[in-house]
Ligand binder design. Structure first.
Ligand code: TXA
Ligand code: MG
Length: 330
């Protein structure tokens, strides 16, 4: 249901918030102001909506997204906060700080939202429009910056419109996003680590923690927005234990098969078969990608054969992730 009626833009008001919440509940794409930059929001639990969000941004790869929630209690429902995380949450939420935390398995987040990771980036924004919207939706909302891939992050509704007109359902115009840079990202998966500098200065965080923030040991993947490779624009990525074989026409006996499009199940030599999209739909395939990979990996097969997936539209991001998952690792 992406932007069938074109992209509407509404000045911030209780009616606009209600309309945005209604759209989010049915898998719509809604841009809204936060104190850092405008975000492009969708229901974090709806894999197909998250896939359409990537398509609207034109991202060539799937990066884990930040789940936006209305308060620390809502954060605790989707993630586990250790003592350091609780301290940072008390001091900086609501505000421009994102915490990367262990994800609760029952959190109801789609695998695509977290790009298949067991961790989740969580943030409680302070902008009044964002807060009202999150309270009205009462579910986590994933929201990358509301720009086309490779463009700069938007700080006004007009920036969003010029990038995403016709690709999203609604923009709530709440004036200028005044921080203007994205949230600071700190991972609390052990020693607190600065993944991305942003709206809250490092020193301010270190003062609250009473210790230095670590720097990431090992950059793994780049921010997919075409931005330069910089510390913190990086995230670990999901890597199955099984070896992946890509662009496979015929699976070998005993392999697990990750299929795409119509296939003859009963004549296949594959031990286990999951289909990303029997009807060959890339949005559906993207939504299923990480959960199907996980399930096939858990089946115990030594190798996962992956059928060819077209490289157009979301297929580019799907192939990017598959190539990373297939790459030999250290
Ligand atoms: O200020 C902001 O944070 C804005 C507004 C809209 O809230 N959002 C934003 O989202 O900047 P985005 O998608 O452009 O950047 C999210 C960053 C990415 O670099 C991603 O790799 C990282 O957060 N990230 C998200 N979840 C992660 C995780 N589980 N582990 C490591 N990095 C993660
Ligand atoms: Mg961005």
């Amino acid at each position: 249901m992406t932007a069938e009626l074109g992209t509407r833009i509404l000045p911030a008001s209780p009616a606009a918030t209600a309309e945005a919440a209604r759209l989010l509940a049915v898998g719509g794409l809604v841009a809204f102001p936060t104190e850092t930059v405008y975000g492009l929001g969708t229901d974090a639990g709806n894999g197909e909506a998250v896939a359409r969000l990537y398509a609207a941004k034109g991202r060539p790869a799937f990066n884990p997204l930040i789940a936006h929630v209305s308060d620390v209690a809502a954060a605790r429902q989707i993630a586990v906060l250790d003592a350091a995380a609780e301290m940072l949450a008390q001091d900086f939420w609501p505000g421009p700080l994102t915490l990367v935390l262990p994800k609760r398995p029952q959190a109801g987040l789609s695998d695509l939202a977290t790009a298949g990771l067991d961790t989740v980036g969580v943030r409680v924004p302070s902008h009044p429009v964002a807060r009202e919207l999150l309270a009205a939706v009462d579910k986590p909302v994933v929201a990358p910056s509301a720009n086309r891939s490779g463009h700069v992050s938007p700080t006004t509704a007009q920036h969003v419109l010029s990038d995403l007109r016709g690709r999203i359902d609604l923009i709530i115009d709440g004036g200028v996003a005044n921080v203007g840079v994205e949230s600071t990202i700190v991972s609390c998966l052990g020693e607190p680590t600065l993944l991305r500098p942003g709206g809250v200065p490092r020193e301010t965080i270190e003062r609250v923690l009473g210790c230095k923030l670590a720097d990431p040991a090992q950059p793994v993947i780049a921010e997919a927005d075409g931005a330069p490779l910089a510390p913190g624009m990086l995230a670990s990525h999901y890597a199955p234990k099984a070896q992946l074989r890509l662009d496979v026409e015929e699976p070998r006996a005993g392999e697990a098969l990750l299929a795409f499009g119509p296939i003859a199940q009963d004549t296949s030599p594959a031990a286990t078969i999951l289909n990303l999209s029997p009807r060959g739909d890339l949005v559906e395939a993207a939504a299923n990608l990480f959960s199907h990979l996980r399930t096939l990996d858990a089946s115990g097969a030594k190798a996962i054969a992956v059928m060819r997936i077209p490289r157009e539209g979301l297929g580019e991001a799907i192939n990017d992730r598959l190539a990373r998952a297939a790459a030999p690792r250290p």
